[in-house]
Design a protein around this ligand. Structure first.
Ligand code: COA
Ligand code: HC5
Length: 531
């Protein structure tokens, strides 16, 4: 088997914790300027049209090839994000992609008040519905589901995968349910129309929005207004909150973000002309027959989703003092500078370093996914230990900072060109298993387990739109840190679990801000010509 296939199996399809929080990332867009149902529907219509516009480029293969460090990147992931869905299994999941089938899907799924609808988004002549026409259709959907009366079957997708794998079989034993589920799985993407959430402001409102995108806020919130197996779900609230959640198995963040950047740009374009009214069929509501067993599974899913929601500690912070500009002006890689800042923040809080994961793209290789940049290095340890040491001179600290930043950038260069250690070791481990050899000693060494216990799990996901991406920690006593460095500010989302007494998302977010600021102050105070 190829490494990319192995990776998808091990990291996603055989990973059995709920996709919610543990695997599927959330993405928060800037708050839009509508505040009511009509505005929500108007915006959602444009959003659908924007996705269909991007889909044309995918279908026609006219997407411009992307580059990293002057090298072209594999574009395959773009073909995996639309018209695809994860299917739960009892011990392993799978992914279906209908985009390249002989009859590619022509509909999307809309969820409103926990009820699912099939909305055809193309006319019979193959042209896409216009925003005006989509608006009319979404109004019909909202009128057909005025209150949250139905059984919230969507909550089932938030379960532990083995549990959902079993209840899925239960659910689709009924042919009506099977047809409804199949419509969702085949659809191009899902649009979740949520109500309003709390009226908080600033970073607090961004943290609340991140929660809404990551897990929906629990069974009394919007967690059931989703189908978490769907690769791409857009979420639009009545109060202008807007974003997405995506199931990670088929693709990494960057293709999803490129699609979303395009959609945002599309929604900002002024509308040119109003389209002629066409008589359009009423969108089909997807019926579900809820047997006592399915009802029992829904109740169990509510309980486990609510405890997961309770456990997640999420803090969005916008670091406003500087962005990529400052490290660049000091001739340092911004990403490496931020990673060294994270190391400093963690060390200050815990007086120790920890195994740290940063995603590196392997898309320079065909079908490449990711490898691990190990941000904690000897160089970063020397720097963080020296930084608050009053016996050290500033010149020495700056020298150690430069070395740490360079070491990080150098490991990054190795990782993106296929020279890092983690996927290589994984390949060897799986190869040994495939050849039925005993587990090689290195993988049984406690140091190996320790090196894979990432108390810091991090990822840089840049975007054109000023948005915040987020994901959960990967270990019970760890942090998830996603950041989007813009030119003159940096968006961070830090997550942790409340059940761990030692972690605190707000505390780490504040420590990261302090660390970055202190590093800049040190650089400003220490003229580099003296080095
Ligand atoms: N002096 C001045 N400028 C520098 C510099 C230096 N020493 N080093 C880098 N820069 C500039 C770069 O030219 C670049 O310029 P741009 O803003 O004009 O593009 C910018 O700073 C950013 O570079 P850097 O911060 O070093 O990071 P990067 O863009 O190379 O990204 C990774 C590093 C690891 C994030 C990237 O290689 C990667 O793999 N990204 C994908 C991660 C991913 O897939 N995440 C999601 C997983 S689902
Ligand atoms: C919308 C942005 C999502 C970023 C998701 C991400 O970085 O996923 C990482 C994938 C990988 O293979 O490195 C995994 N991680 C969340 C655990 C860092």
């Amino acid at each position: 088997m190829k490494l990319s296939q192995w990776w998808v199996q091990v990291a996603y399809l055989e990973y059995r914790l709920p996709v919610v929080v543990h695997s599927s990332p959330g993405l928060v867009l800037p708050r839009m300027d509508f505040r009511d149902k009509q505005g929500q529907i108007r915006f959602a219509s444009k959003l659908i049209a924007g996705v269909l516009d991007f889909k044309t480029m995918i279908d026609n293969e006219t997407l411009p090839v992307e580059f990293l460090g002057g090298k072209p990147l594999c574009m395959n992931q773009y073909y995996e994000v639309l018209s695809s869905c994860r299917i739960p299994g009892v011990s392993r999941d799978s992914v279906v992609n209908h985009a390249r089938s002989s009859q590619p899907p022509k509909h999307i799924t809309v969820v409103h008040n926990f009820q699912f609808f099939q909305l055809d988004v193309y006319h019979s002549d193959g042209t896409a519905l216009t925003p005006d026409q989509l608006c009319v259709q979404l109004e019909k959907i909202c009128r057909a589901s005025p209150d949250p009366g139905a059984e919230p079957v969507g909550i089932l997708t938030t379960q532990h995968r083995d549990v959902w794998g079993k209840s899925y079989l239960n659910l689709i034993r009924d042919p009506t349910n099977k047809a409804s589920v199949s419509s969702i799985q085949r659809s191009i993407f899902t649009l979740c129309l949520d109500g309003s959430t709390s009226g908080a402001a600033g970073d607090q409102s961004r943290s609340a929005a991140a929660v809404q995108m990551l897990h929906g806020g629990g069974s009394r919130g919007y967690s059931a207004n989703r189908w978490f197996d769907k690769t791409l779900q857009f979420i639009v609230g009545e109060d202008g909150t807007c974003g997405a959640n995506y199931e990670h198995a088929p693709a990494e963040g960057p293709p999803i973000v490129a699609l979303i950047d395009h959609v945002v740009e599309f929604t900002r374009k002024p509308e040119t002309s109003s389209s002629p009214a066409a008589s359009l069929p009423v969108p089909h509501k997807l019926p579900f027959n809820v047997s006592p067993e399915v009802k029992r599974d829904i109740e169990a899913a509510k309980v486990s989703m609510d405890s997961l929601a309770q456990d997640l500690d999420m803090r969005v912070s916008v670091f406003g003092h500087f962005g990529k500009n400052v490290p660049k002006s000091h001739r340092m890689s911004p990403d490496a500078f931020i990673q060294v800042g994270l190391q400093l923040a963690f060390y200050r809080k815990y007086r120790r370093c920890c195994a740290t994961y940063e995603s590196a793209s392997l898309r320079m290789f065909r079908l490449g996914r990711t490898d691990t940049i190990r941000s904690a290095s000897n160089a970063s340890a020397s720097f963080v230990k020296a930084f608050d040491d009053p016996s050290k001179q500033n010149l020495e600290k700056v020298d150690l900072m430069e070395k740490a930043v360079k070491a990080h950038r150098s490991y990054t260069n190795m990782a993106v060109s296929g020279q890092a250690i983690d996927r290589h070791l994984l390949g060897l481990k799986l190869q040994a298993a495939e050849e039925k050899l005993p587990v090689p000693e290195i993988f049984r060494d406690p140091a190996y387990a320790k090196a894979l216990h990432y108390r810091l799990s991090t990822s840089q996901v840049p975007s054109k739109t000023d948005c915040v991406m987020c994901f959960g920690p990967v270990v019970t006593d760890g942090y998830g840190v996603c950041y989007n460095p813009m030119d003159d500010h940096i968006n961070f989302a830090v997550s942790a679990f409340n059940s761990c007494g030692e972690t605190d998302a707000g505390g780490l977010a504040a420590a990261v801000e302090d660390a970055l600021l202190d590093m800049k102050v040190l650089l400003d105070r220490t003229p580099r010509s003296k080095l």
